[in-house]
Structures are given as structure tokens and as C-alpha cells.
Write a protein that binds this ligand. Structure first.
Ligand SMILES: Nc1ncnc2c1ncn2[C@@H]1O[C@H](COP(=O)(O)OP(=O)(O)OP(=O)(O)O)[C@@H](O)[C@H]1O
Ligand SMILES: O=P(O)(O)OC[C@H]1O[C@H](OP(=O)(O)OP(=O)(O)O)[C@H](O)[C@@H]1O
Ligand SMILES: [Mg+2]
Length: 280
């Protein structure tokens, strides 16, 4: 049985569980459940603290897990980033009160508060900067006002938390993070491939929609130029006329522009439908 670690709390937990459900895996109903066996798919899920996922995968006691890239790096664990999962996006940034620092070099000799000490130490070391890293469990933004640090290094999503604390981002991003599937060095290759295929199937289905339309023969090439498709669109002749029915996958974000363009070249009965899962 493939053993998979899933975050039990925090921002990554709900979207991770949702992704696994959509990929056809059984998920827990009771948030107190720590282990769940999915007999049908031959997978065992372990619900662990997001920070600990990489530790277990790195130790090889579970084969794979869902975590954030920032958490993986900060864990120092010997696990492999295997697949980007398209949620939990954030950047990891330095911030301070206005005028205190404008680049990483300005951190020299200062105190940096963070919940990600290894990630920050590695970044500072890479820039030849020596600083005192103050490890905090959370609410890092308050550390400057409360006098335990001069600079913070933290996860930034909207920036609202930093602004509310009177801090400004400075320097280049330390890291761009998102939720990722990680695997153990010696994870079973075939089982990981099945898991990856299932997850990719959902991620692709989220990015694309299916468009169907009818188009007269003399406009078929113009319509296909608008919707070239993943490989090639499916074209079926309509009974008793020179019209064709076309079915094609298009990127969800471009869906409305594409429908407008199709209409403009003479396509009619243009329908868009959701995809549940895809193998391409
Ligand atoms: N707005 C956000 N706030 C915090 N973490 C975020 C946010 N957006 C994405 N993430 C990602 O979520 C992961 C942090 O997981 P964690 O479980 O610590 O979440 P949390 O929401 O901070 O929970 P906690 O209540 O334990 O602080 C990191 O990979 C981080 O990059
Ligand atoms: O840029 P924003 O959209 O404001 O989001 C970023 C904030 O969210 C997280 O905090 P969280 O709520 O997880 O609390 P914590 O600091 O205690 O982990 C993170 O540590 C930042 O403080
Ligand atoms: Mg947090």
C-alpha cells in the first residue's frame, strides 16, 4: 500500500483533501481521524501537521506527501519535489519598518524573526550576510513592534498582515512557494506514477473546459484556427447539411474570448462544459 501524508490543519489542508477526493481517493469524514485506509485504491493516508509532512517523507516512513515548497525547504528533509499542485501559492519575503533596509545586504548584523529559520539562514548564507535569526511559531509580524527583531521573513499572500503591522516588503523574493507533492527518494515508482496521473488529471480538468460548436464548412478552418485544441479538435459532419460539429478543449481563462471569436467566424450552438478528470 502506498503511504501518503496529508496536512491535517492550516491553509493547505482543505484544498489538499479536495484534490485527493476529486482524484478518486477516499478521504476522512471526521477531522480527528489520523489514519485512513483506502482499500479500493491501495493507499493509506496519514493526517499530519503540515510542517511534519516533509520530515516523514524524508525519513521514508511514508512514500509521498502534500506540503508547501517553503515548508519542504525549511524542514531540511531529504524528500523530492515531484509535482506542483496549483494551490497554496505564496511568496516568502523580508519586511521591515520603512527606511530600515532596502536589500538583503542591509540585514547584516540585524535580528530577523521568522517561523522558517533554516530557509532564512540558507538564503542569508547564500548572500554572505550574517544575522541573528529569531525563531517564532507564528504572528511574526508583531515581533518588530514588540522589540525582539528588526526585520521579519514570512509568508506573504495578499500583504494585508504586513501592512497592518506597519511593515514594508524589501529586497527580492526569498522564494516563490505553492503546494507540492513530495516523494521519498526510494518511493515505489509505479504507484507514484498512478498517484501523479490521477492528480494531474484533476489539475488539467481544472485548467481546461470542453467547448462544442457547430460551424458551416466554409468557416471550419477559421474556427479551428481559433480552437486548435490540445492535439487536434474532433470534427464530425452534421447530417444533411454542410455544417460540422467540433469538440475541443480550451483553457478555462480564455473560454469567453474564444466563444466570442467562434461566434464572430460564424459558429453557432457554442456550448461549454466542465471537465471532471482528464488523461492527456
Ligand atoms: N495566506 C497564507 N498564510 C499562510 N500560509 C499560506 C498562505 N497562503 C499559502 N500558504 C502556505 O501554507 C503553508 C503554511 O501552512 P501552515 O499549516 O503553517 O498554514 P497556516 O495557515 O499558517 O496555519 P497555522 O494556523 O498553523 O499557522 C505554507 O506552505 C505557505 O506558503
Ligand atoms: O499576506 P497575507 O494575505 O496577509 O497572508 C500572510 C499571513 O498569513 C500567515 O499567517 P497565519 O494566518 O497563518 O498566522 P501565523 O502567522 O500565526 O501562521 C502568514 O504567516 C502571514 O502572517
Ligand atoms: Mg501560519
Amino acid at each position: 500500500m502506498l503511504r501518503i501524508a496529508v496536512p491535517n490543519k492550516g491553509s493547505l489542508s482543505d484544498p489538499a483533501v479536495q484534490l485527493l477526493k476529486e482524484a478518486g481517493y477516499k478521504q476522512r469524514r471526521d477531522p480527528r481521524e489520523l489514519v485512513l485506509v483506502d482499500e479500493r485504491n491501495k493507499v493509506e493516508f496519514f493526517f499530519l501537521r503540515p510542517r511534519d509532512v516533509a520530515v516523514y517523507v524524508g525519513a521514508g516512513t511514508v512514500d509521498a506527501g502534500i506540503t508547501g515548497r517553503d515548508l519542504l525547504i525549511d524542514s531540511g528533509a531529504d524528500a523530492v519535489e515531484h509535482l506542483e499542485l496549483g494551490f497554496g501559492g505564496s511568496t516568502f519575503r523580508f519586511a521591515a519598518q520603512p527606511g530600515v533596509a532596502s536589500s538583503v545586504a542591509d540585514i547584516q548584523g540585524k535580528r530577523v524573526a521568522t517561523s522558517y529559520p533554516l530557509l532564512v539562514q540558507q538564503h542569508l548564507g547564500g548572500h554572505g550576510v550574517t544575522a541573528t535569526v529569531v525563531r517564532l511559531d507564528g504572528a511574526v509580524e508583531s515581533s518588530v513592534r514588540l522589540g525582539v527583531a528588526d526585520v521579519v521573513a514570512d509568508v506573504v499572500s495578499t500583504g494585508t498582515t504586513l501592512r497592518a503591522a506597519g511593515l514594508e516588503i524589501f529586497g527580492d523574493p526569498i522564494l516563490t512557494s505553492e503546494a507540492i507533492l513530495i516523494r521519498a527518494q526510494d518511493a515505489p515508482v509505479e504507484e507514484i506514477a498512478i498517484l501523479t496521473g490521477r492528480l494531474r488529471g484533476v489539475l488539467t480538468a481544472r485548467k481546461f473546459v470542453l467547448v462544442d460548436y457547430d460551424v458551416p464548412g466554409d468557416q471550419l478552418d477559421a474556427a479551428i484556427a481559433v480552437t486548435p485544441g490540445f492535439e487536434a479538435p474532433t470534427v464530425t459532419p452534421l447530417h444533411g447539411s454542410d455544417w460540422h460539429a467540433v469538440r475541443v478543449m480550451v483553457p478555462r481563462v480564455e473560454m469567453n474570448q474564444i466563444m466570442d471569436s467562434l461566434y464572430a467566424v460564424g459558429a453557432r450552438a457554442i456550448l461549454t462544459t466542465e471537465l471532471l478528470a482528464v488523461r492527456v
